[in-house]
Ligand binder design. Sequence first.
Ligand code: ADP
Length: 393
Amino acid sequence: MDDHALVLNAGSSSLKFSVYRQPEAKSWQVDARGQIEGIGSSPRLSVKDDEGRVLADQKLDAISDGRAAVSALAIWLRARYAGAQLLGIGHRVVHGGARFSTPIQVTRQVLDELYGLVPLAPLHQPYNLAAISAVFEHMPDVPQVACFDTGFHRNHAAVAKVIPLPRDLCKAELQRYGFHGLSYEYIASALPREAPEIAMGRVIVAHLGNGASLCALKEGRSVDSTMAFTALDGLCMGTRPGAIDPGALLYLVQSLKLSGKDLETVLYKQSGLLGISGISHDMRVLLTHTEPEARLAIDYFVYRVAKEIGALAAVLGGIDGLVFTAGIGQNSPEIRQRICEASRWLGIELDAEANRGKGSRISTPRSKVSAWMIDTNEELMIARHTATVLGLR
Ligand code: ADP
């Protein structure tokens, strides 16, 4: 077996991983990709190789948390890669705060500092960090690299970063960061190959998954994003509301007497598509429902994306291309069509047939602004960063 590097994306109930072979040439090749799902309920390990052949698909004994999942994964890795060296592990870490923006090798002190950011990303950060901590425990000799979802946005101008609250409350930390940076960085790196005519232009990328945001790219660099201090701002998401009147939050606290913890639960877990519909957070499920509440949830999702596209088009001074990615962006022709129709005024003319096909360009040849669908690959971005930080080639 070749020496390899591992990429981990740890969530609340799943641990996703990819194993990359050390390249002879420049690009890292996937050797295996899989996940442990059902952490805390009925855990299952499933792994496939690069060609989709099943390498493992089995129930696991009780796995109570992310630490236990890393331990189970370590056992599987030792068996499959016996005799080979694990050169490093790259992690997706959602929030790097004001201090960490570029990928960094994690020490125990760095880990402690990252734990301080948990209140800014309670849905993701604790699980990302539990995986790092478990690697320290189960594979202490393997170097680890943290790659931040905030990092790609670090060069935003001051006006795109500021939060207009009193200066002494803001200090250094309270600023707009932006998220989904690993996805946007990958898309920016793929544009010269997938959509060369817009790669150096003004592009809006719509990362539409359970979490959803837009990024304004100019010459491949992020200039603004709809997410901000936390991953709550901007678009309507599966269970998060996106931008709302801050007065609504005051009302929840002062009149309805919600505690800080209650408010956190409402904002991260009960709002968005789930909150509006009362049916599901999942776009695929909502698209099969005809109840008015389900329709309103989808209508609001589309309305909000279109509205924010207009806002970022203003930031960019017009756009050359619109790119859809992530679960909804890559898989739902209906949602892409509705967003493109609402953005027709910008000069986007959708090609209905291309939108239902597998190609990346989904606008007509005469469309003034082109539209695209490009699969994201955050894992590859993490593998590239990990290789660079650890000097692997
Ligand atoms: P995460 O943010 O958790 O990584 P994903 O990028 O996997 O999320 O996106 C999950 C979302 O994508 C869910 O709302 C799911 O319903 C939606 N989705 C996946 N496939 C389809 C599809 N064929 N049509 C509509 N929505 C889809």
